[in-house]
Write a protein that binds this ligand. Structure first.
Ligand SMILES: C[S@@+](CC[C@H](N)C(=O)[O-])C[C@H]1O[C@@H](n2cnc3c(N)ncnc32)[C@H](O)[C@@H]1O
Length: 341
């Protein structure tokens, strides 16, 4: 098992322009008891497809890789998510909008209720850059990919849009886990569909400079024809996707291993690539996060954990996390990204 950490140097809490991605989560330091965490559940792609809205608005996120190369990832607009939540608020059977109000304020995260997944956080772009730089590491050898705390899932979307034009023979399975089922249905799956459309040239202009300043936000209709062709393209390319909601826990590990009792693991359900961005900000959940790695990443696998050096006011830090890695004698290396976008 080996790790690469990609983390940002914090800038003394100053506001920095981050090109449409979130910076440090502002979380109340007080933590609520673990028993209030949402239990883990497994979801099929079909279950989440049945929860999709009829259309989504999106925009291209441009992630500069070098002075001449930019990675473009389409992602659902947050305002569009908000509009969907407001519309659902009129439906008395849901209280989603209430739970997610933190996503639309400076609060960012509401501990144990909403953990920040609706927005793309700064380190997820750094992780995409690292994956682009290391493509030879995962391109042909990653058959089971797990993204923990995926939220908008930029790293998995990048891998999907990179693999689609070239994959086919080897089966690839993605597992996308987010604390909130609503995050999975509102942004994770829509973004994977956008990645598929992007990879198959099915989106209107994706040149970020072409859409900049434009009043019109591009939209796509999620018709049954589009969804069928998304599913059949995945099938043709031997790609399967499953989703997990709820807290990192023995129950989630057990679900990953097809119901085997924790801590039993099965080699065929271990992952060759584990991705996580901005998931070590809360000291109280780091032990569960470490367990997730220990019991889901194959001994020959590779994990990429992107994080800020220190989460001021929250408590988590790369150092604390590295101390745990050291104790476990895992092989790890750090890449420091000093860029302030
Ligand atoms: C700050 S968000 C980062 C989202 C995304 N990775 C990014 O960088 O844009 C933290 C993510 O970690 C996940 N998370 C935090 N604590 C968790 C817990 N105890 N159990 C499961 N997931 C958790 C949430 O799902 C949330 O999406």
């Amino acid at each position: 098992m080996s790790f690469r950490f990609n983390f940002d140097i914090e800038t003394d809490g100053e506001d920095v322009e981050t090109g449409g991605v979130e910076t440090t989560p502002s979380v109340p330091v007080e933590e609520t008891p673990d028993s209030s965490r949402i239990p883990a559940q497994l979801h099929s792609i079909h279950e989440l497809i049945s929860k999709l809205p009829p259309h989504i608005a999106f925009s291209p996120l441009a992630i500069p890789l070098t002075s001449s190369k930019t990675i473009t990832i389409p992602r659902r607009e947050l305002f569009d998510v908000r509009m969907q939540l407001m519309a659902e608020d009129n439906n008395p059977s849901t209280d989603t909008s209430q739970n997610f109000s933190a996503a639309f304020t400076d609060e960012d995260i509401r501990t144990n209720t909403y953990e920040g997944g609706l927005k793309s956080w700064e380190c997820s772009s750094d992780l995409v850059k690292q994956l682009a730089t290391d493509s030879e590491v995962w391109m042909n050898s990653s058959h089971r990919i797990l993204e923990l705390g995926c939220g908008t899932a930029l790293p998995s979307c990048y891998i999907l849009q990179t693999l689609l034009p070239v994959s086919g023979d080897q089966p690839v399975h993605f597992t996308l886990a987010d604390y909130n089922l609503d995050v999975l249905r509102l942004v994770t799956l829509p973004n994977l569909i956008l990645a598929y459309l992007y990879a198959t040239n099915g989106l209107p202009s994706m040149d970020p400079s072409a859409t900049e300043g434009s009043e019109e936000t591009p939209e796509i209709e999620l018709t049954s024809t589009l969804i069928s062709s998304f599913l059949s393209t995945l099938q043709t390319h031997n790609i399967t996707i499953s989703f997990l909601s709820g807290s990192w826990s023995p129950a989630m590990i057990s679900l990953i291993h097809g119901g085997l009792e924790y801590p039993s693991t099965a080699e065929e359900t271990m992952h060759s690539l584990l991705l996580a961005s901005e998931t070590i900000y809360s000291p109280s959940s780091i032990p569960e996060f470490v367990d997730m790695i220990e019991y889901t990443l194959a001994s020959s696998g590779k994990g990429y954990i992107a994080a800020k050096d220190v989460y001021f006011g929250v408590g988590g830090s790369v150092k604390d996390f590295v101390d745990i890695m050291e104790k476990k004698k895992w092989k790890w290396e750090i890449d420091v990204d000093t860029d302030i976008d």
